[in-house]
Design a protein around this ligand. Structure first.
Ligand code: ZN
Length: 265
């Protein structure tokens, strides 16, 4: 009996490791009050074994295209934050391609084949774990949801549902668009951003499922900002890595400027 129990525990452990080693989701724990995620960074050759492409029939906002090179932007931002601060942010990266599963949708619109459920749920379990750890450890924490858009290839497009997913960043001081705001910091590094004021609507990239689920719109959320990176800033590996490095540097500056605001509990 005892052996059977030990055996099944070992099996359970092995299956967890295998799910991870399948490479469908990559995640890392951090010690900075930041989590970076990229739900659409999985390139087209990254299939989910035995899962067919989604058809999207009757699915609102269906989009099977990946956000080219956003995985590189995430990786470079993590590396730059570590270089600047000596500490790592949390990160969660979907390694599967969006043709099979869309991690930035509620489950019922995210996948069509049961084989995609585990990757989807793993992605969100990792995000939930990171957000819970950040809430426990810090007064304030930031989630940056990294995407790509090409309708305005020369801008980084902010999505916060009009400020609602990052409401805590706008109390007392505007920590996004104000003098020491994150978007202001990106502009200082040569990136045009949109919108630049709260008068202009964020549509059509106004903030999706991820920022609404883990942002300040939720009782158990943190401050969440969706960044839709224009194609110009991620066309080719070198450009994407530069953009990620600049994003990491802007985040490091922001942490310094708002050290009192984000301090540990
Ligand atoms: Zn996206």
């Amino acid at each position: 009996m005892k052996h059977a129990l030990v055996g099944s525990l070992a099996l359970l452990l092995v299956s967890c490791v295998l799910a991870d080693e399948g490479g469908q989701v990559r995640a890392g724990e951090g010690s900075l009050p930041i989590v970076l995620c990229a739900p659409h960074g999985g390139s087209p050759e990254l299939v989910i074994p035995e899962v067919p492409k989604r058809r999207g029939e009757g699915v609102a906002q269906f989009n099977p295209l990946w956000d080219t090179n956003t995985h590189l932007i995430l990786e470079a931002a993590v590396a730059e934050l570590e270089r600047r601060t000596g500490a790592r942010p949390f990160f969660v990266l979907a390694q599967f391609n969006r043709k099979y599963c869309d991690a930035n949708r509620p489950a019922e619109r995210a996948f069509e084949h049961e084989g995609a459920r585990l990757p989807y749920e793993t992605y969100h379990a990792e995000l939930r774990e990171a957000v819970d750890a950040l809430r426990a450890g810090w007064q304030q924490a930031l989630l940056i949801d990294i995407h790509g858009q090409k309708s305005r290839p020369d801008v980084i497009w902010r999505g916060t549902r009009g400020g609602a997913t990052a409401a805590g960043l706008l109390v007392g001081e505007d920590r996004l668009e104000g003098e020491q705001g994150l978007m202001t910091g990106l502009r200082a590094r040569g990136y045009s951003t949109f919108p630049n004021s709260w008068e202009d609507a964020e549509r059509p990239y106004g903030g999706g499922y991820t920022v609404a689920t883990y942002g300040s719109t939720a009782d158990d959320g943190i401050q969440a900002v969706q960044l839709e990176i224009g194609l110009e800033f991620r066309k080719g590996r070198e450009r994407a890595v530069q953009t990620g490095t600049d994003l990491g540097a802007a985040l490091a500056d922001w942490l310094e400027q708002h050290a009192e605001f984000v301090r540990a509990r």
